[in-house]
Ligand binder design. Structure first.
Ligand code: DAT
Ligand code: MG
Length: 153
């Protein structure tokens, strides 16, 4: 594997969970060839979500965003592989689903920016921070998928 191996934090938001889209979103990362390192279904409290989105706390939509994110179950995950952070954002599509191309997760499954079904880290540093915020070290599984021999030259 190349030395650009990265981990990214991807989370199915409450609307994605309620709409039964956990398997669909996981499938996009699995079939690309990324390795699942961690995943769990949980309900996050308001403080936890506010910390996750602390960069956006001055935005008008911040209270509504945090309320929606803390009122239903979420499905946080960690995926690993070459260029996983940037490629993860490409798989997700644009923040605004109406600007997301068909074939991307947001382009295929949603309409409204406030209900865009999934989160993805926007950089390697934020990915590290987010992974640490949502998962304990013991929840991050160290393993070598046998299929990697067929995904990486
Ligand atoms: P992204 O999730 O693509 O990284 P972001 O970090 O700028 O986008 O914003 C976090 C989430 O906040 C985003 O997924 C949906 C919501 N959001 C962003 N801009 C918004 C807006 N103008 N109105 C309502 N919700 C918004
Ligand atoms: Mg963001």
């Amino acid at each position: 594997m190349s030395d650009k191996t990265e981990r990214t934090f991807i989370m199915v938001k409450p609307d994605g969970v309620e709409r039964g889209l956990i398997p669909e979103i996981m499938k996009r990362f699995q079939r690309k060839g990324y390795k699942l390192v961690a995943a769990k279904l949980m309900k996050a409290d308001l403080d936890h979500v506010q910390e996750h989105y602390s960069d956006l706390k001055t935005k008008k939509f911040f209270p509504g965003l945090c309320k929606y994110m803390s009122e239903g179950p979420v499905f946080p995950m960690v995926w690993e592989g070459t260029d996983a952070v940037k490629q993860g954002r490409i798989l997700l599509g644009e923040t605004d689903p109406l600007k997301s191309l068909p074939g991307t997760i947001r382009g295929d499954f949603c309409i409204n920016i406030g209900r865009n079904i999934c989160h993805g880290s926007d950089g390697v540093d934020s990915a590290k921070k987010e992974i640490g915020h949502w998962f304990n070290k013991t929840e991050l599984t160290d393993w070598k998928p046998t299929e990697n021999a067929w995904i990486y030259e």
